[in-house]
Design a protein around this ligand. Structure first.
Ligand code: ASP
Length: 580
């Protein structure tokens, strides 16, 4: 006898009379004095088994000590339920299986949590992930993940992209994060870095004539873990030769549409809206604004130039948000704290309560200023007055906070959009010099090449980001395909000729041996699927994620290694984990 000839969730009224063999988990067991009811579950659903001692003594005996999550095999007959016993909530609710043979295939110890329990502690869920995976939520999410990737692969295959495997163990590929290092027994004291992305390999594939590369690539970055970040994650990584920016955006949009279709959802309208980086910063204070709501930043710098309120009159920039609520003092105090976290010294406001303006600064403002800045009853105007960067940061932070707090986003909307025309470099306080905005291989916009070294801050890059509901899904760019331009970028970043050769000699060589123009993109699959699934973080769509401390509650990794192992790798640990 095979283990099963039908799945638990498949049986319907049309199957009445059929003999079936089922296998699965005991979801619940109810003993009705002699009659035992077991809901048998597999990933397709539940079906009710009825064990009647008058029908089968063997089954009744076996059913006696069944507990939740025992694995069972049952053989019997599909029978129609009496009309008053039909369960309309269950797809199999019109039938039940009257069992003739029952077998406990595998037992379970008492469970650390029940599968239908709500708000189970996440670390406990991850420690017993195999149980958690049996829940409808995890089954749905992992299968959705699979379907989305299948849709993406289909879209890429149809467009002639070639799946090429690139190494995980490599030299550091600078994507702006810390590398995870891998020691090498054969060369003690030396290390591979785990690829932060296949960036340079995919560029080499273009120079190698592959024309269109893609991969569902695993990437490793040693960064703090967050709702949308794990140490390791997967991205749809692709690269194309002889293309312009529009060609790359079009492929990415097609891949998103392919994933939506594969999971049975209407794809978002294309082309996705585009927003200049400078515009996004000015209007929303963020390079990944959630566009499901407005709450745009407005400018009052001109208006307040001659203000009697000195803070406004003297600030290089005065901007404001009009929040759709007349906030209380306590709420304003909380908002001020948030503004301070983003770098503000304080938070000036005008609360408009039924046309009456409430504010400590109102007395300093002219009629004209008040009329322009606080018009609508039931709103609060929140100001930032400082240098432009601070104003942008503070109001951007407040906008995101208010969007969440006041639930401003239209939950039925899906806001996909592109952010374009980023600066090529940004000034880094940390290094005290210029660093790349995306990565060091992004090309400047045509015509800006000659300014790379004379005016780094003024050069725009051919870099683009894809945003969905305020989450950055991924980034890409048209790349530098000229060794001279590449070296100019390295120089701006403060790299000597020697450092360039030693770190990127292979790239510079390749760029000098017939490099076609090329560009590409990478989209975080986990972020994308979490949003598709309506989940608040990527752990819910990842089979075995790590927790915020950077450990895996399931296996207990990472673990200390014996000195003998470290010695072989040429490593001496300066930390005794037992001290921690
Ligand atoms: N390598 C980049 C990243 O992982 C994406 C790209 O530029 O294609 O973010």
């Amino acid at each position: 006898m095979s283990w099963r000839d039908v799945m638990c969730g498949e049986l319907r009224a049309a199957d009445v009379g059929r003999r079936v063999t089922l296998a699965g988990w005991a979801d619940t067991r109810r003993d009705h004095g002699g009659l035992v009811f077991v809901d048998l579950r597999d990933h397709t659903g539940l079906v009710q088994l009825v064990v009647n001692p008058e029908r089968s003594k063997q089954a009744a005996h076996e059913a006696h000590d069944i507990r939740n999550e025992f694995v069972l095999q049952a053989e019997g007959e599909v029978v129609a339920r009496a009309p008053n016993l039909v369960n309309p909530k269950l797809p199999t609710g019109e039938v039940e299986v009257h069992v003739d043979t029952l077998r406990v295939v595998s037992r379970s110890t008492p469970l650390p949590f029940q599968l239908d329990e709500e708000n189970v502690d996440e670390t406990l869920r991850l420690r017993y992930r195999w149980l958690d995976m049996r829940t409808g939520r995890m089954q749905r999410n992992l299968r959705l993940n699979h379907a989305a990737i299948a849709g993406i692969r289909r879209a890429m295959d149809e467009r002639g992209f070639v799946d090429v495997w690139t190494p995980s163990m490599t030299r550091g590929t600078p994507e702006g994060a810390r590398d995870f290092l891998v020691p090498v027994r054969l060369q003690p004291g030396k290390f591979f870095a785990l690829a932060q992305s296949p960036q340079l390999f995919k560029q080499l594939c273009m120079i190698g004539g592959l024309d269109r590369y893609y991969q569902i690539a695993t990437c490793w970055r040693d960064e703090d873990l967050r709702a949308d970040r794990q140490f390791e994650f997967r991205q749809l990584d692709f690269e194309m030769a002889f293309v312009e920016r529009e060609d790359v955006l079009d492929v990415m949009e097609a891949a998103v549409a392919g994933a939506f279709e594969a999971v049975g959802r209407e794809p978002p309208p294309r082309p996705f809206p585009r927003l200049q980086f400078a515009d996004a910063m000015q209007r929303f204070g963020s390079d990944k604004p959630d566009l499901r709501y407005g709450l745009e930043i407005q400018d009052a710098t001109e208006l307040t130039r001659g203000s009697r309120f000195g803070v406004f009159a003297n600030a290089p920039a005065v901007r404001f948000l009009v929040a759709p609520k007349a906030f209380s003092r306590a709420e304003l105090a909380r908002l001020e704290e948030i503004a301070k976290e983003w770098g503000a010294k304080g938070l000036a406001y005008l609360v408009n309560e039924g046309g009456e303006v409430r504010s400590p600064i109102a007395k300093f403002l002219s009629e004209d200023e008040l009329a322009a800045l606080s018009v609508v009853p039931g709103t609060t105007t929140l100001f930032a007055a400082a240098d432009e960067a601070t104003v942008t940061r503070v109001l951007g932070g407040l906008r995101t906070h208010l969007g969440r707090e006041l639930d401003l986003a239209d939950q039925a909307a899906e806001a996909f959009h592109w952010i374009l025309d980023f600066p090529l470099f940004e000034h880094s306080e940390e290094f005290g010099g210029w660093t790349f905005m995306h990565h060091a291989f992004t090309a400047p916009v045509a015509g800006d090449e000659h300014r790379i070294e004379s005016d780094p801050g003024g050069v725009l890059g051919q870099h683009y980001d894809l945003i969905w509901n305020g989450w950055e899904l991924g980034s890409g760019s048209i790349r530098i395909h000229d060794a001279g331009v590449q070296q100019a970028v390295f120089r701006v970043m403060g790299m000597s000729e020697e450092e360039q050769r030693s770190k990127f000699g292979y790239l510079l060589d390749a760029l000098q041996m017939g490099a076609p123009p090329h560009g590409g993109f990478a989209m975080g699959i986990d972020r994308f699927v979490a949003l598709l699934a309506g989940e608040p973080d990527i752990r819910q769509v990842t089979a075995f994620p790590k927790v915020a401390s950077g450990s895996d509650p399931l296996t207990g990794a990472p673990t200390p290694m014996p000195d003998s192992v470290l010695r072989e790798l040429g490593i001496k640990s300066a930390v005794n984990p037992a001290d921690k």
